[in-house]
Design a binder for this molecule. Sequence first.
Ligand SMILES: [Zn+2]
Length: 135
Amino acid sequence: MKYKRDDRWLLSRLDEIWSNHFPDVKQNNRVFIRFGRSSRLRLGSIKLDKKSGNSMITLTGMFKNDHVPSAVVDHTIAHELCHYTHGFSSLRPKLHKYPHHGGVIRQELILRGLGHLVTAYKAWVKKYRKQFKYA
Ligand SMILES: [Zn+2]
């Protein structure tokens, strides 16, 4: 069955990744996820709204396209969830000085059994960059 890639689908992906791979990470604020504008360079982000205390994960609208492997979408969601876990754009204690400190995201993903997403993302981004001549 094919799913329509909308914000509801994103939420179901977030739910699945969170409950299967981050069960120890308590959700102590409200977390939203949505598609943003179609950015080619910024694939995902997580922001904490200081007023409401909510975290908002935004993924590039480009990921609505079925040509982008769902593992790549999952990788981006899991990446943002690592930031949340490490206390960036969440109410959790900050574990590192910088969000991408020394490959902590990659390590966290592998530790949580998501190494296959890292592999899928690497393969995709290589082709993707070639396509747009970024690298
Ligand atoms: Zn990041």
